[in-house]
Ligand binder design. Sequence first.
Ligand code: IPM
Ligand code: MG
Length: 355
Amino acid sequence: MDLKIALLAGDGIGPEVIDQAVKVSDAIAKKFNHTIEWTPALTGAAAIDAVGDPYPEETHQTCLDADAVLFGAIGHPRFDNDPSAKVRPEQGLLKMRQKLGLFANVRPTFTFPSLLDKSPLKQERIEGTDLVFLRELTGGIYFGKRGRLNEGHTAFDTCTYTRDEIQRLAKKGFELAMTRSKKLCCVDKANVLESSRLWRETVQAMEKEYPEVKVSYEFVDAVAMRLVQWPNSYDVLITENLFGDILTDEASVISGSMGLMPSASVGTENALYEPIHGSFPQATGLGIANPLATVLSAAMMFEMSFGLTEEGAIIRKVVDQSLADGVVTEDLKENGDKGNSTSEVGDYLVSKILE
Ligand code: IPM
Ligand code: MG
């Protein structure tokens, strides 16, 4: 198969972890006789520095022309403490999500048997955890009306949803639930928010189309609590943009490290794959960033964009092997053990694939 992939390395550790995902994908292509055409493009702070725009039109065209987008990370501390900055790297990510119509963010949380002791939660609580959030990604308070009133002394952001936006996300949730344990949790704050009441009403009306799926409706604050108490009681969860942002960060550390969980953003044009973690600016260039989340994002890309499930399964298998063999970066080591470098982990994965 010929795969055309846009490569958006972004900021901070983005380029280092992306390099490993490229090496791994190329090894998979070699093994299975695929050809991958990578087209790099600028995004984030790197793009602001080069052309003054965190998601330039040229990058957008590259994404549109590609079958899939592999993305590293975005964000730079020089913008974080400057609330007056006119352009910010994160705007690039939001613009990209919107312009590519990436309305569904798929964020799994699963555990690795060899890492159960690395989790901040007790082992018996997390064993068997395998859940997926579907976070709505192009609506809600992220994209609602915002502004200042009262000479700048009052500020507001608004959360708006249409029935259609909720339906297309919920449809993906029901469909995914059908392929898994047929359990779907709709996360909202319907006891307070009108937009949440529309979510609940819309999802309730869809239940009859999927009679086999058992739907639960839970408030976001209760879910935040139960996620750390009984993460393995959840399977597929659907939620709006901001709730999903917060809950998926909470869920991402259950597996033992920020550096492990992949994600996909799917939509109307094509799909984008990226690690859940951020740009980890303090670690830039040090070769200590864990590449596994990005490598697993490439696995999701093979599976979801190209239906290449065997390829994806091999990537997951060699990742498991590197964890079991202790060929891992320092976030997964103890007692000051420096562990392996980012590229050593990548090389190890490649060698196992080509073995
Ligand atoms: C994420 C990030 C982004 C978000 C930021 C960088 C804009 O936190 O992908 O979860 O809030 O969506
Ligand atoms: Mg986030």
